[in-house]
Design a binder for this molecule. Structure first.
Ligand SMILES: Nc1nc2c(c(=O)[nH]1)N[C@H]1C(S)=C(S)[C@@H](COP(=O)(O)O)O[C@H]1N2
Ligand SMILES: [Mo]
Length: 541
């Protein structure tokens, strides 16, 4: 055997692709060039069957919950990014292993042509995907194409070079001095190993430099939540229900979610970046005259402020994909009146910069002035993660119906399924009633009328329907009515509290709620897919 094995190929692939990823990362952070691993991952997330994506997401959520890995949305995003990088690495490993196998059959004179061909075979789709579906690049299309193709060609050429270095003729000098076949094989082995170690060392250097360079520049460029300039509304104002009498049990989650803590869910490993200067809200379709509105023009309209609890349909019972914050924007009913909608227009097709879209009935908009286009959260422009510059709000519906990063609104004469409905999720996606125990505050006992009481508390939420009653059950005891704190608004969750007469031992607490119409929440446990999770939340302690 005089040529390197496919294992040597796989190792070479791992080493060179790791360095490639680091170089792409540095290129992204330093010059805004495409970070192919994320772009490709996002592209697959859009074309794969909805059920498969749902399976992956719910598995990640279950894993995060089972291992207590912290915030579901933040951890899931990091996992998605990791999966994107590992997939890319895997492709590189397979690619170079296959290259080595082919070269073993056809001879090393083909090494460079086939190595470069491998670079092209992986490079061209990468360019196409990054240019058409990518979120990471801010540099121009030409610069990106040249960059991706060159860097992949270099990677292919280096793979070819490695193959040649590891074939027997490279060690010819050493072999001549040795005697016998076994000796020869041993020298080849050592020569290959030494080469791979050298290659790995070199790649490690490139990887570390790329990562450090990228990290330095990523700090300098800022982005994400740091772009939310200005003073947060909540820093200077009391909540509307500040004087409510019933106080949360110690350990209840914050009633108002800090901007930085609001959950984030979307189909992008990396949040969409929109330049306010070139952005226009394009309004077209069945209107008298298409127009484009700037963000400043939208801000000229009378602003509307609403305290809103938003939840993701993927939120498991008791999960943290639910948050409450102050939304500011313009009522769509008011806005649409100036658009000259044609009589046959029945729906608005709302499109986002990330290919997400949803359809909203004009009837709903006309009958519910709370449906609004939102440009600020907590008194500052929407953070990039949360849809800068513009997102919609539709009361009572899960987040999957509410596009962020809106770029256009088209008046149409029919309903059609939106992004997640087309992927088999619920057509209506009305938020299910849910109640959660946040705390059994065993360290904050109180005494009243000679009794020792344990404050138990949490939240209950039923979309825009409100909460009329919350009940708590201890072990198999009767349902006991909890106290309700006046909510921040009709559209937010309600904080509840039940002071439980202490009894020693281990106990299981269960909660359930009734919505504003008196309907009891669904007790049967169902997973989030396809209509939102149901079931009762319990805590044992
Ligand atoms: N453009 C766009 N809008 C989107 C999504 C998306 O992937 N792309 N995800 C939706 C889903 S599923 C949810 S739950 C909410 C979450 O909003 P948040 O991340 O600001 O909390 O955004 C919605 N709007
Ligand atoms: Mo969601």
């Amino acid at each position: 055997m005089c040529t390197p094995s496919s294992l040597a190929g796989a190792l070479t692939g791992a080493i060179l692709t790791t360095a490639l990823i680091a170089v792409l990362y540095a290129g992204w952070k330093v010059a805004g060039l495409a970070f192919v691993p994320f772009d490709v991952f996002d592209w697959f997330a859009r074309i794969f069957p909805g059920r498969l994506i749902e399976f992956v997401i719910s598995s990640l959520v279950a894993l995060i919950q089972a291992l207590h890995l912290g915030s579901i949305s933040a951890t899931a995003k990091r996992m998605e990014q990791a999966i994107g990088i590992v997939n890319f690495l895997f492709t590189g490993v397979i690619g170079v292993a296959v290259l080595f196998n082919i070269l073993r059959a056809f001879g090393q004179w083909l090494a460079y042509p086939l190595g470069l061909a491998l670079g092209i075979i992986i490079g061209i789709p990468s360019v196409v995907i990054s240019l058409n579906a990518g979120r990471t690049a801010t540099a121009g299309a030409a610069a990106n194409s040249v960059w991706i193709i060159s860097i992949f060609l270099l990677w292919g050429a280096l793979s070819a070079w490695a193959f040649r270095k590891m074939t027997v003729s490279s060690f010819a000098g050493a072999i001549q001095q040795e005697k016998g076949r076994t000796e020869q094989a041993r020298v080849i082995q050592i020569g290959r190993r030494r080469f791979l170690v050298l290659l790995a060392g070199f790649a490690a250097l490139v990887t570390v430099s790329g990562a450090v360079l990228g990290a330095v520049f990523s700090g300098r460029r800022g982005g994400g939540l740091r772009t939310a300039l200005g003073r947060h509304w909540s820093a200077a104002h009391p909540l509307p229900n500040a004087n409510a009498k019933a106080l949360p049990a110690p350990g209840t989650r914050p009633e108002y979610t800090p901007l930085e803590k609001h959950y984030r869910v979307d189909i992008n490993t990396f949040p969409v970046e929109i330049d306010e200067r070139s952005w226009r809200l394009k309004i077209g379709g069945l209107v008298e005259r298409p127009i484009g509105l700037t963000l400043d023009e939208l801000r000229q309209y009378e602003p509307m402020h609403q305290f809103i609890t938003l939840s993701c349909i993927s939120n498991p019972v008791g999960g943290d994909l639910i948050s409450t914050i102050r939304w500011t924007g313009v009522s769509l009913n008011k806005l649409t009146q100036g658009w000259g909608l044609k009589p046959n227009a029945t729906h608005l097709l709302v499109r986002s910069a990330d290919d997400f879209y949803e359809v909203v009935a004009l009837d709903a908009i006309r009958s519910d002035p709370r449906i609004m286009l939102t440009y600020a959260w907590d008194g500052v422009p929407l953070p990039r993660e949360h849809g800068f510059p513009l997102r919609i709000y539709i009361p009572d519906l899960y987040g999957m119906k509410q596009p962020k990063w809106i770029t256009s609104i088209e008046a149409v004469d029919h309903w059609e399924p939106g992004y997640w409905v087309a992927r088999d999720w619920d057509k209506v996606a009305r938020m299910r009633s849910t109640s959660v125990i946040d705390t059994v505050a065993i360290k904050n006992l109180i005494t009243a009328a000679g009794q020792t009481l344990v404050p138990v508390g949490g939240i209950a939420h039923a979309g825009a329907r409100g909460i009329s009653k919350v009940e708590v059950k201890v072990d198999d005891g009767p349902w006991m009515e909890a106290g309700l704190r006046t909510p921040i608004s009709d559209l937010t969750w309600v904080v509840w509290r039940y002071d439980w007469p202490f009894q020693p031992g281990r106990h299981t607490f269960t909660v359930r709620c009734y919505d504003g119409n008196g309907a009891l929440q669904i007790a049967a446990p169902y997973p989030p897919f396809p209509s939102g999770a149901s079931g009762l939340n319990s805590k044992t302690g």
